[in-house]
Design a protein around this ligand. Structure first.
Ligand SMILES: Nc1ncnc2c1ncn2[C@@H]1O[C@H](COP(=O)(O)OP(=O)(O)O)[C@@H](O)[C@H]1O
Ligand SMILES: [Mg+2]
Length: 397
């Protein structure tokens, strides 16, 4: 069983690359599902299918070829199915506060509900062993981070808040009923949340198991997109997910060397090099800009060959986490694995949220999470092929 997330900024090629990977997996005889996590679903378009086909299918998997299905989760459908009582309660609340009923129902779709619905599917498919490969066409970076963070936050909520909230409501209900018009959530509301939580059980360990789940970051050779790729890398690392490949998509061919796109070509070359340096030793795949947009089975097959060459999409392409953040007591640590480390001198410099680590000819830029970026590195040591960098108390203005 394999789960692969394709993540990155909007427009870089996530949908095309997940679709292409799916086509290649299915051709090898693997039972494959491509699932869209982007509310602005575009898998159907990528496969050049009729949109009404999907609408009629109401967000269930749709078979598009031998061994290959695609799924675009239908929020409305999922809300009624999974969130009935929670949704009802919140929309009543909004409606009471004077918001029109239709709008209240729409607003009561909380951020996260859609992601939870997809997680429920994943959990179920894994339990049923229904597919060999599940490919997740993620929403743009920010939202896909929320997706992977949901199991952790939900667990926190259930452990720390849920029961407290439930008890408070029990005590307060008889009193508030007499005083206010605003209803407190009923038992069904809590039962609903509890039920959802139970059904999500285990999805966390599926997503953070590097033998099952890996993330592929899709990027383009441009400054701003590369920056976002670094940020995505940091966040997925924080959630202990394994990034097994970086795909640089939309690279101009050499043929554009001296025409209108000459400058673009130079820029791209520069950022391709930089991307390779930044993410080594994670494999970086380079994919050219094809002659036309990638639509339909035939084009997707071609794209798959451009991406993977002789390799298989379902392979685990890299099995290590090059860096991890830890907190011990009040201090934060960053561990960076560097193979074949011989030098003993570590040079650290920090520019805003970015830490630059230099060891001899080796240089690595690491984007820091917010609470670490507010601190200064206070020392580094080399141990067991790892550079361990310590961040002390808060500094600066
Ligand atoms: N390597 C490529 N060559 C040519 N066109 C591409 C390539 N990759 C993506 N495209 C096109 O770029 C557009 C955006 O790609 P898409 O996969 O939808 O990006 P995302 O899902 O990241 O928003 C689509 O029209 C797609 O056909
Ligand atoms: Mg897309």
């Amino acid at each position: 069983m394999r789960i692969i997330l394709f993540a990155g900024k909007g427009g870089v090629g996530k949908t095309s690359i997940s679709a292409a990977s799916g086509v290649a997996c299915a051709k090898k005889g693997l039972k494959t599902l491509i699932m869209s996590l982007d509310a602005a679903h575009s898998l159907v378009d990528s496969f050049d299918l009729d949109k009404t086909l999907m609408d009629r299918n109401r967000g269930k998997p749709l078979r598009v070829a031998k061994n290959l299905s695609i799924q675009e989760v239908d929020v409305q459908e999922e809300i009624t199915k999974n969130w009935g009582d929670v949704h009802k309660y919140i929309s009543t609340l909004l409606n009471i506060s004077g918001i029109d009923e239709v709008l209240a129902e729409e607003l009561a779709i909380l951020p996260g509900m859609e992601e939870v619905s997809s997680l429920l599917y994943i959990n179920r498919y894994v339990a049923q062993k229904r597919y060999d490969v599940i490919l997740l066409d993620c929403a743009p970076t920010g939202e896909s981070i929320r997706f992977v963070s949901i199991p952790t936050s939900l667990e926190w909520y259930m452990k720390k808040l849920f029961n407290v909230e439930r008890r408070i409501v029990k005590v307060a209900r008889p009193i508030t009923k007499r005083l206010y018009e605003v209803p407190l959530p009923g038992d069904e509301y809590f039962a609903n949340i509890q039920r959802l939580f139970d059904r999500l059980e285990g999805v966390d360990s599926i997503l953070s198991n590097p033998n099952i789940t890996t993330v592929r970051l899709i990027t383009n050779p441009e400054k701003i997109i590369l920056k976002e790729t670094q940020r995505a890398y940091m966040y997925f690392s924080l959630y202990k997910m394994c990034i097994d490949a970086i795909v640089i998509n939309r690279i101009f061919p050499d043929a554009v060397n001296n025409g209108y796109f000459a400058r673009w070509k130079e820029t791209q070359d520069r950022y391709i090099k930089e991307t390779e340096q930044l993410f080594s030793p994670i494999p970086v795949f380079k994919v050219p800009m094809l002659k036309d947009q990638v639509v339909g089975m035939g084009e997707l097959s071609k794209l798959a060959i451009e991406i993977y060459g002789a390799r298989s999409p379902e392979e685990i392409l890299y099995a290590d986490t090059p860096y991890t953040f830890r907190k011990v007591g009040k201090d934060y640590f960053l561990d960076i694995k560097i193979p074949f480390l011989t030098k003993k001198e570590v040079e650290l410099s920090k520019r805003n949220e970015e830490l630059i680590v230099r060891i001899g000819g080796f240089k690595r830029h690491v984007l820091l999470p917010r609470n670490i970026a507010a601190r200064q590195p206070s020392g580094a040591k080399i141990e067991h092929g790892k550079v361990i960098i310590k961040f002390g108390g808060k500094h600066g203005p």
